[in-house]
Design a protein around this ligand. Structure first.
Ligand code: F6R
Length: 242
């Protein structure tokens, strides 16, 4: 694992943006794995700025998001489809058919998971996967205890995760209790992974990820076994308070 320590959130976002831009420019049909949450927001803003400057086109880009809540429609401002359209897709020339998120409203969720997995495989696997880090070490919505070989599946969200995400909803009761997530096995098949970590509250989790044992109790620890992981972390995340 390569750890790049940067000054702050903006620098983390700029660095992540430049890795994505290089990937898009180098490949004929780049496949991006994308994340939602607070961490990548600024990275998406920088990507939009690069597009507006004419530096990059998303015409040939295909994207697969990590996860989606179960039970929210794509018009719900808290759905990850809505987030992606708002934060990136509506502002660049990516074609809507090239953007993929699990459908959390599918009638048969198990079938939806199998279909999503199949779509990733058919596309030929993700070239660069962007990840954020959960306080309990989750990646995607793979909570502690998820098998490392897991494929796309339906999850019960941990209370800590629902509480952490409640800030986007009117109350914690509105936070869905289930989601669909790419599995850890699926994520690990990406050619390259960039993990973005910002702020002191993530410092403990980052320390555990880099120095702790590789265990399903702390899902992100699996990244120690991936051949090409770049961690971009800001000063707050790199230094644990004493
Ligand atoms: C989001 C995702 C999650 C987040 C993680 C960190 O698609 O899969 O694993 O990356 O919960 O969230 P933030 O960035 O809000 O701290």
């Amino acid at each position: 694992m390569k750890v790049i320590e940067v000054k702050d959130y903006n620098e983390m976002s700029r660095k992540a943006c430049s890795i994505i831009l290089d990937t898009i420019k180098q490949l004929d049909n780049p496949i991006l794995g994308l994340a939602t949450g607070s961490t990548p927001v600024k990275m998406y803003e920088y990507l939009i700025e690069a597009y507006e400057r004419g530096e990059v086109s998303f015409k040939n880009v295909r994207s697969f998001n990590l996860d989606e809540y179960v039970g929210l429609s794509k018009h719900d401002p808290n759905s990850y489809r809505y987030y992606m359209e708002e934060k990136l897709f509506n502002h660049v020339d990516i074609s809507p058919e090239h953007t993929h998120l699990p459908n959390g409203n599918a009638l048969d969720l198990e079938q939806e998971c199998r279909d999503y997995e199949e779509k990733v495989k058919e596309a030929g696997n993700v070239h660069v996967q962007v990840l954020g880090l959960g306080l309990n070490g989750h990646i995607g919505f793979n909570e502690p205890g998820t098998p490392f070989q897991s494929r796309t599946h339906v999850v019960d969200l941990a209370d800590t995760t629902r509480r952490a995400n409640a800030r986007f909803f009117d109350s914690i009761d509105e936070v869905p209790s289930k989601a669909i997530t790419m599995g850890i096995g699926t994520i690990m098949e990406s050619d390259r992974i960039i993990l973005l970590v910002s702020g002191e509250k993530k410092a403990e989790a980052l320390h555990k990820l880099i120095n702790g044992e590789v265990t399903e109790d702390f899902p992100a620890s699996v990244l120690q076994k991936h051949k090409d992981v770049v961690i971009i972390a800001d000063g707050g995340a790199c230094h644990r308070p004493r």
